[in-house]
Design a binder for this molecule. Structure first.
Ligand code: FES
Length: 106
C-alpha cells in the first residue's frame, strides 16, 4: 500500500513575511510581522484600531486593499471574486504570503 503524500498546508515555499505596512486614517505604520498573525491582528499589535466586527470572514467590515504583496484568506464569505482580484482582503482572515505587504484601509 502506498503512503499518502498529501501535505498539510505549508505556505508558499521560502517566503516569510518580514514587514507589514498599514495605512489607516491617513497614518502609515510599518511593523515587523509575527508568523501566524492575521493582518488585523498585526494592525492591533501595532497599536492601531482598524474596523472589524464578526472576525470570522462574513461581514466585510474589516476589508482593506493590498497595494503591495499578497495574502491568502482562511475564510471569505463576504468578498466577490472581482473584489479579491482587485486586491481586497478580509483582514481578519488574511495571512500575508509575501516578504512585504502593504494594506490600505479606505
Ligand atoms: S470582521 Fe467580519 S469579515 Fe472580518
Amino acid at each position: 500500500m502506498q503512503e499518502s503524500r498529501a501535505p498539510a498546508y505549508a505556505g508558499p515555499a521560502g517566503v516569510a513575511t518580514e514587514k507589514v505596512t498599514i495605512e489607516l486614517d491617513r497614518t502609515t505604520t510599518t511593523v515587523a510581522y509575527s508568523a501566524g498573525d492575521t493582518l488585523l491582528q498585526t494592525a492591533r499589535m501595532a497599536g492601531l484600531a482598524p474596523p472589524s466586527s464578526c472576525e470570522v470572514g462574513s461581514c466585510g467590515t474589516c476589508m482593506a486593499r493590498l497595494t503591495e504583496g499578497c495574502a491568502r484568506m482562511l475564510n471569505n464569505d463576504a468578498l466577490e471574486v472581482d473584489e479579491v482580484a482587485e486586491g481586497w482582503v478580509l483582514t481578519c482572515q488574511a495571512l500575508p504570503t509575501s516578504a512585504t505587504v502593504r494594506v490600505v484601509y479606505e
